[in-house]
Structures are given as C-alpha cells and as structure tokens.
Design a protein around this ligand. Sequence first.
Ligand code: GAL
Length: 888
Amino acid sequence: MLGSRALLACLVIASVAYFAVSAEFFKPFNVSYDHRALIIDGKRRMLISAGIHYPRATPEMWPDLIAKSKEGGADMIQSYVFWNGHEPIRGQYNFEGRYDIVKFVKLVGSSGLYLHLRIGPYVCAEWNFGGFPVWLRDVPGIEFRTNNAPFKEEMHRFVKMIVDLMLDEMLFSWQGGPIILLQIENEYGNIESSYGQRGKDYVKWAASMAIGLGAGVPWVMCKQTDAPENIIDACNGFYCDGFKPNSYRKPVLWTEDWNGWFASWGGRVPHRPVEDIAFAIARFFERGGSYQNYYMYFGGTNFGRTSGGPFYITSYDYDAPIDEYGLLSQPKWGHLKDLHAAIKLCEPALVAVDDSPQYIKLGPKQEAHVYHQYEGLHLNQSGKEIRCSAFLANIDERKAATVKFFGRVYTLPPWSVSILPDCKNVAFNTAKVGAQTSIKSLGYGSLSSNIMGPGQPLHHDEVSFVSKAWKTIKEPIGAWGERNFTVQGLLEHLNVTKDTSDYLWYITRINMSDDDISYWENTGINPTLSINSMRDVVRIFVNGQHAGSTVGHWVQVVHPLNLSQGYNELAILSQTVGLQNSGAFLEKDGAGFKGQIKLTGLKNGEMDLTNSFWTYQVGLKGEFMKLYALENTEQADWIELPPESSSSMFTWYKTYFDVPDGVDPVALDLGTMGKGQAWVNGHNIGRHWSLVAPKEGCQNTCDYRGTYNERKCATNCGKPTQNWYHVPRSWLRASNNLLVIFEETGGNPLEIVVKSHSTKTICAQVSESYYPPLSIWSHEDVIQGKISLNDVAPEMKLRCDDGQTISTITFASYGTPQGSCRQFSMGNCHAPSSMSVVSEACQGKNSCSLNVSNAAFGVDPCHGIVKTLAVEANCISSTDSGPGVAQL
Ligand code: GAL
C-alpha cells in the first residue's frame, strides 16, 4: 500500500503529466492531402511557408523572427534538422542553445503557425558536410545515400530519434502540435543516377522507413520524380509554376522557392528583385500550386564553422525578406505581405476548384486562370456561382499589355500578374510595389544594402572603432604541441582532423646538398614544390617563412621555394573552408591533398615527398588553448599591440569593447582583416575573409523583368564579399566584451568598426490610382456592399524598426513628385499641406498610415492629373531622445 507521501508524490507527477498532455497549441487535427492541396482538419488549404533554419539564429531571436513571419502573412515555418549539430559525436547529443529544436518548434506552435520539418538527414543547405556528422565517414563499410546497410542503420536511428522526440513532446498536429508536414532525404533525384539500381532501392527504403515511424502526418521528398505513391514529390527552384507531381493523387508543393541566393568568398552578392519573386509565386498559385515555401524567409548567419562549401561565406542573408540581423528587408517583406493577403482572399475559390481552373487566352503572351466557386464543392459549372477569383498574367518580358477580361479592361505591366479575388477588382499586381523601401545603417559591403536605389553611397554615420587597445600573440608555424604524430606517407586531411579544426599542419624535413645550391646558382633554376591536387587553402612555409599560398578546389599547387643547404623544415598548412555539402559520394570526397607532393628543380631531378615521414599537427595552438574563452584568455602571454605595428600573419588579437546602446542588432566590420575566425565572449561568430568579388558582372540597375538566375542583379563587384559580421545581442553585455581574432594573412585590428544595424531612412511612393489596402477586402461594409472598393483610397504605410521612431520627414509631396528614394524632388503639382499632413500623422511614431487622396490633403492640387504621394523620412532609436540606457 502506498503511504500518504508517496500518494501525494504520485498525484503531483500525475498532474504534471496531465498538464504536459493538455498543453496543446492547437485542438488536435489531422493532415492529409488530395490532388489539389494539403487537407488540414478537413479543409484544403493554400499555404505560405517561411523558411528559417533555427541554428542560423539564436533562441533569443526566434520569437521575433516567427512573429515577423506571421505578420508577413506566413501560415507556417519550414526548417531542416541539422544532424551534425545535434549529434556532433556519435551517441552524444546536443539539443541546447541554437540546437534546441523542441523550443523552436514550440515557439512556432505557440504563435499559431504550422511547421514543416525537413529531417533529411542529408540537407545540403550550404551547411557543413550537408548536415552529416563527419564521424559518419568512419562507420565501417559506409556509403552515404545509397542502399548501404551501415548508412541506412545510422540514418534510421537519427530520423527515428527526431520523430520520437517530436512525438514525446506532442508536437504533431494530431497531438495538438504545429507539425503538419515532414521531409525525408533532399533532392536525391539530382544524384540518384550515380547509384544505379541501388539508388532506386534506397529511395524506396527511405520512403517506407519514414512512413513506418508513425509520425502521422504526410512526408515529402523534393526533386524526386520517382517518389513512391505514399510520399509527395515536391518542386524546388526559382519558378515552379507548371510543376506536375508524379501522381494525380498528389498536390503541387513548392518546398524551396529560391527567393534569393547564397554567396561565396570572393564572389558577388546575389539579389532577387521582389517583383520577380511575387510574379513567380502568383504564377504558381495561378497554375494550381497550393504550398509555397520561401527558401529563405530569414537566412541568418553561419556561425562558427557551420557554413558549407567549399567557400560559402559566414553570412547566409540570402537577400531574404527578413535580413541576416532579423530586420525587415524592405520593400521585399512588405510587397510579399500584400501578395500573401491577395492570395488568401482567393483561397476559398482556389480550394473549391477540383480540376483545372478555367484558362482564357487574353493575348499572345497574356493569359487568365479563373477559379469559379459554385455552390456545393464538387458541382462543376452547373451550380450557382458564389465566388470567383482570377489571375491575369502578362508574361511578356518587355511590354505592358492592355487586356479585356469579362468585359473590363486591365493594364498589366510587363512580367506581372494581377490578382482579382472577385474576378473584377485588382487587389494586387506583382510589379507594382507600394511597400516602403528601407535603407539601413551598414554600408554596401553588407548583404542587406538596397540595390534598387540609384547608386548613391549609403548612409554612413560616425565611425566607431571597436578599440584602440589591443593585445597580440603569435601562433606558431608548424608543430606546436605534444598532440602531433609522425608517420610515413600522406594522410587524408579529414581522416586526421575529424573536422575538429579547419587546420592541419603537414611537416617534413628536406636535406639540400651543396651541389643543389650551386646548381641553382649556376642555372638560375628555382627548386619548386608541387602538389598534384588540393582543396581549399594551402599555405607553405620553409624554415618558418611563408613561401606561398594557394586557394582552390582540387587544383594543382606550384610554388618556388627558397631552400638552404642542409636540413630545411617544410611546413604545409592545409585548410578547409566549409566541407562539401552537395553531390554524390560525399563520404569519399575528403579534403587536403590528392596525388603526389614533390620537389622539382634539383640537381638530380626531383624528390618525391609523398612517402616521406610527415609530422601531423591538428589545429592551432590558440584554438587548442581556447584563447578566445573568457575563462582562459588571461592565461596566455599576450603583449600590447603597438599602435604603429604592421600587419602580420598567423597572429591572435584580443581586445575588450563596449556595444552601442539600445536594442538594435550589432555587427563588426572586419574588412580590414585578412582571413581567420573571430570570437565574441567565447562565441565563434564565424570565419572572416576579405576576398574581393570580380570587378565585372554587376549591373547598375536591376531589371526585374525576365527569367531570374543567381547571376542577375548581383552587387558588390570589386569589393570584399563580406565586411560585416553579425554579433547577436544575446552574446553581448553592455561593456567589456571580449573580442578575439585569429588572423592568418595579416590585417589591421585597429580599424575594426562596431556598429548597430538599423533602418535609417525609409521612403515610399504610392499613387492615387494604386489599389486600396488589402485589409479593406475583409471589411464588413465592403463584404456587405455598403462601401465599394473603388471608393476606398490607397494607403501608404511607413514603419521604422522596433524600438525606433520616425524622427524627421525629409521629403513629402502629394502631387507629381519626381525621382526615387533619396532623390525625390517636387514636380509642378504639389499640395502645400503635404509636409504638415505627413508630419502630423507620422512624426514621433514607430509607424503610420496615410491615405493617398485629395481628401487627406484637403485639396486637389492639379485636377485631372493622377497624383502620387512620395515621402522620405528618418528613423532614430526611441531611446536616443531619452536617457541612453543600454538594453540587452
Ligand atoms: C537546394 C538545396 C538547398 C539549398 C539550395 C541552395 O538545391 O535543396 O538545401 O542548398 O539548393 O541554397
């Protein structure tokens, strides 16, 4: 019999357990699908999803990112699951901090959004090794992503663990959680043919393994034309309209809408114009699509050594609607929010059509798709029409078109879609941007710079150097510790490092005779080191002196060496810059060197060093000592950095710095440094590298019209690909933040700048002929016909970042203003009240709305002419006016 204490304990446990069960985010619901859409709780849905990878932000950023996604019109969030983050060592799991996936999923649920979890566990994603833990290479007999027993066992174990975790935490929809969709594998169709029949068998195995886990929600495979019947094959790409799944029973899903692109060190920075993104999405829903996910809605940062490669930069901004720092990227975010609202207005008609929409050819490159909703879901044409929504598309890349549709005339800009939720009135056109433009405080080196502006330098306020007081310490060249070992022959880089560091020293001794020296003197020949093939970076040192470096992906190395008579120490530093994340046979890829290493130009020909004795040293001494950790940093013999000191290789620097007040995100400009890694308060903020993008290949203006690819609308030509590095606020305190930098090639730490990142200038331009605000469509009086949409004035919305207010209106004109943001000028027609009306409505506020109508400005400044309102305003931190209290 239980004692009363034990009974009490049982009751407590029971009530806790009961609590966990009842802490649902939703009333439990089922998810299924048919040929038209996902069916959520019995209803077909048109879904907008926002791609956010949880480890590319901090948990402190997650709530705001999710809230901004929801406000932007997303119904759901999509993320991959990052195996190498969760199981860095086999059997040792990490579900903490940025890898606290349960917390992330719960935050999504508590915000009322759904979740698509793409478990992979291969994810690609420009993520180190495509998400695979590096130890996976060492499983005996393993071959990745094919019909291979050891691989399947590991994959099954991890996928099952994630599904079980979600089940235990009650996170699937039928348990009241947000997860409505899963994904197994990732774009396996790209490499399947490399594996022949074993690839096909693997697809079948992966599908049935996934289904067998009892998650109870549908699974997708993307880019998988042979996905089995019980798995939805989905589309990835810049455009997915016209995509057909491999069975009539499956809906058209777009798992990755590439609304931007990633960047590589030394590459240009890609941008995708929002008019084209909106066009692609409108076309997708127009032509029968039912789920679209932004890859990425927020890209974030590849902190630490998480970026894939080779050579992907630390920023994963992706030119996404929410920038790397978590701020809205405008007009992208705002224009897409309007698009989502327009699509949602069409949802009842879109889901009601069972087969194809009515297709009407409107012109040579113009077409309409009409969704009629009749009384009774499946009554075709015969029932009473209760609703009708239409999309009018002009796919002409150059010319606007005037078309006639159901007796009315519409003008369609080139490469655009108009959305008519009632088949009459235009709610939205993809090429007409009414949303505000935001210009931020970080310069053009930043990915978040706005390329649509007319080439003016971006706002630069006072430069704030991180510190003038630095300490320094040299990193040894070659072997530094007892952890090194010597063996004969060349070992493969990853086999030695296990990717615990980017760096691996290969050290050997070479003996040069008098004869060699005189041979070189007499002939003028230089002894030369050659390596058949290497990746990603090698730096060669002879007797501690730098002899040359090569950067490349499986390229040959040839460097003349300055050798002395007798023994010379040859130290070669092999480096990885993000492990390969795509392609077949990843486990065989490896890093470092392939083929022979030899010395040529000797008196007796050449010396093959491939089978010499080599000493191996993994990592840097400073890394091993954790020089960057708050608790260790004082233990090293740092010396003061003299102010006039010159740039030096293989050097550690450290300082303490204070952060700008306020809540704005913080960034460091490491543009004066060369290559290495940086840590703030012990957190690795990522690799830095000042490689410069090619001078050519950027356009001055970006034309949204026509098919997009990642080379179009690139910026940053002739400039370092990345200058600014995000330091999340939650890693900082108000003062005395430890910054430690490892520098390989040389740089000037004295000129490192710290800045807070925020929107400084906002601009918008809305004409009185623009469509009314999307929200008016759901207004009771409009629905009941008491107010006609034509009587509702268009609206201009202005908004500064959170914690900021509109300080000054620098331009306001209702009339015929000219130019664009930062270059507005007044036209012949101008309402004198413009400035006072706008100031009254906006000044001192975080956001404001303005009606664009004669009534709002109390006058018709030029009768018979279409008027436009153009406004430019500045934002300042709300705390700037009050006491400067630092908030973290
Ligand atoms: C896709 C892949 C994603 C990502 C994307 C490019 O092919 O599925 O994981 O790598 O390309 O950003």
